[in-house]
Design a protein around this ligand. Structure first.
Ligand SMILES: CC(C)(COP(=O)(O)OP(=O)(O)OC[C@H]1O[C@@H](n2cnc3c(N)ncnc32)[C@H](O)[C@@H]1OP(=O)(O)O)[C@@H](O)C(=O)NCCC(=O)NCCS
Length: 176
């Protein structure tokens, strides 16, 4: 299953499928910026609002499909500041709950990292809920934990949880 990079038009086209994945992820308890239950219309609107950033080159979004269903996604956010063009933030890595544990999360991460290298990015960073399955994925794929911020973000159930900050220097990734 390969991840396809979505231009703005495709993002708008896939907003419903991406929203279903986001709703599933929040319902599963992942701390990804939303409280549960996440309304589907709100999730669709959130994805549609990303289209301008994609068109402007500030955001890159990939989606993995199984048949017609979006089962995974990952994004890279590129900062606009002149002193930050070498870095990008990895955001919104999600795999549908019934597709987890089969290597899709690892493949989405690899896709984003390779694209970042190709774009001349040398440093990636992210934040993730401490002790989450996602944190174990980042540790297993060479990311370095810079530190932990206590009570950083509320879980979907509204409980404040710590967040781990990670970075990865990617300049020497073998593209072969
Ligand atoms: C994190 C997430 C994307 C992983 O997706 P996935 O497809 O299940 O991941 P993979 O199958 O590629 O697993 C890769 C590695 O991650 C680790 N991992 C993933 N899920 C894990 C779990 N539940 N428990 C322990 N380790 C886990 C393992 O090290 C695994 O390597 P292995 O297969 O060699 O053991 C998925 O759990 C998810 O969507 N979580 C909710 C959203 C989220 O938290 N996103 C991150 C926001 S920063």
């Amino acid at each position: 299953m390969t991840a396809v990079r979505l231009d703005a038009a495709r993002l708008l086209d896939r907003a419903q499928g991406l929203a279903d994945l986001l709703v599933d992820t929040v319902a599963g308890g992942a701390s990804i910026g939303f409280l549960a239950p996440l309304d589907r219309a709100e999730a669709v609107a959130w994805w549609r609002e990303r289209a301008d950033a994609v068109a402007a080159g500030h955001l890159a979004v990939w989606a993995a499909h199984d048949g017609g269903r979006v089962v995974g996604t990952v994004s890279l956010a590129f900062p606009g500041k002149p002193n930050s063009r070498h870095r990008a933030e990895l955001v919104k890595l999600m795999v549908h709950h019934d597709m987890r544990g089969q290597g899709l999360g690892r493949r989405l991460l690899d896709t984003a990292e390779r694209a970042a290298v190709a774009a001349g990015v040398t440093l990636l960073h992210l934040d993730t809920e401490t002790d989450s399955p996602a944190e174990r994925l980042y540790r297993a794929t060479g990311w370095t934990r810079a530190g932990v911020i206590p009570a950083y973000a509320a879980s979907p159930q509204g409980v404040l949880r710590p967040t781990s900050l990670y970075y990865k220097q990617i300049a020497r990734i073998d593209l072969g």
